[in-house]
Design a binder for this molecule. Sequence first.
Ligand code: GLV
Ligand code: MN
Ligand code: MN
Length: 422
Amino acid sequence: MAEDDLLALGREAEAMIRELAEVSAEEGRLVRLYLTPEHRRAADLVGRWMAEAGLDVGEDALGTVKGRLPPEGGRRNAARRLLIGSHIDTVIDAGAYDGTLGVIAGVLAVREIVRRHGRMPFGIDVLAFGDEEGSRFPVTLLSSGAIAGRFDPAALNVESVDGIRLEDALRRYGKDPAEIGKAAYDPEEAAAYVEVHIEQGPVLEQAGEALGVVTAIAGQSRHTVTVVGEAGHAGTVPMALRHDALAAAAEITLALERLARRHVDDFMVGTVGRISVAPGASNVIPARAVFSVDLRSQTDAKRLDALASLRGEIEAIANRRGVTVRVERTHEMPATPCDPTLQAGFAAAVAGQGGEAILLSSGAGHDGQAVGALCPIAMLFVRCRQGVSHNPAEFTSIGDMGRAIAALIEFIENFDRSFLAR
Ligand code: GLV
Ligand code: MN
Ligand code: MN
């Protein structure tokens, strides 16, 4: 694509990203959580863009917005669909590009496909998922899991950080949980799922390349840990007689850090990102600490080993400190490989835009991991400044976004020949 056209696409993507970033629960920072009024407004905005791009817009029972381009009738692959997606929920105090770039890239690429070709020999669905981050509910990837037919009804009972059951939040959002099963695609229909996403790491910037092709997405476990100790007077209970829940939680956090550092070669990373302490007064020994544990690595066996070691350390810490600890698993996703043929399709599209496709793995989790249970998946990563993400400083240039959208258009144009005709 000519540089001017590519920059025009990038500029349009940037304007849409800015408009979506205005849709926030808070003034001055971006917070857009699953099934909130902000999610509704963002979904409506994305639905409007999909309609303007010439797509038929619908929404499933978990709030995934779907823009459909029907196939050209009577063609060999008319019963098959290419799914293109990402998410419109955010972390707390988020950057503007994580997730939203993928949805907007899908809309703009398919709009261009409609302009150039009308329809393709296969159908295309652009999907905007609502819960990739897991910032509101402890479970995550429910909406992408549902399209793969992998929704676990037990999730309806989980409680959000603001104390609302998922089932109630869905009903308030105007959804009927009994309809969730209908979100699933027929595996015969879903030919492949692809996603454009900012890299969220420094590899592309260091290589001096705008675009990269993902080989695999790291496996991930999330747990909620509850430590129960004993409240007491901060001025009178001697240190040796305390059962301080927060001190135990701190020791578990450091044990997690130590375990992850043992496997840097496997890109193992362990994070405690949220903690709440009760009763929460400066002169009361904490009686209860509830915190999240997020552990990821490229190799599932190493991650599961590290989790087993962590459980052993937790038991030892609990015994030594005279506290009780409960560990609940809230999310478990194995490492997910990307399909080699789809990777080759993206590499060819990147080369078509004059780039050299860097191959890289993803430490971040993505909707594609859940969709991987349905069909082959692939991801195109886009360079972001200094690899910064989950941070309001997140930034991707107009030129790089334009290149990504141009590569996605080329990928779609060649999808029939490079993938379906295999
Ligand atoms: C999603 O951004 C995740 O990897 O936590
Ligand atoms: Mn994301
Ligand atoms: Mn994210």
